[in-house]
Design a protein around this ligand. Sequence first.
Ligand SMILES: [Zn+2]
Length: 147
Amino acid sequence: MGLEVIYNGMIVLNPYVRENLIKLDNALPGDVVVTGGDRYRDADRNIRSASNGRIVPNASQTSPHLYRRGARAVDIAVPDATDRQIRAAAKDKTSFSDPNTKKYPDGHTHVSLPPYTQYKIPKKIRDEFCKQNPGSPGCSSPTNNCH
Ligand SMILES: [Zn+2]
């Protein structure tokens, strides 16, 4: 159980994702470390990280990391917990969708809230963030606002 979720500069704006990460952190030994957060689609339909603007390799056009899909997903690592502990805690202690929890070969675990309106990022949250951080990659172009 860590004191806080470690974001490492990764942008995760969805407050429902953030509150479920705290629940996950509270249920596990050690800290939950975020390895990947929100994504947006640029004018050429490339999927890019909202954290650093880089193209995300092999990213799905329908990924729940995308703002246009509600920014419901986050990638994490929990160095002090086993895969079994992470999966059980996500299933029993959070609203993350168990069928959508996926361990990747590089060691990160993908978790996502279910595809319901109630879990999508509220538009005002992103609007407010982009007003405060106009230079942030996911806010760079007005045309990106709905992507
Ligand atoms: Zn992911």
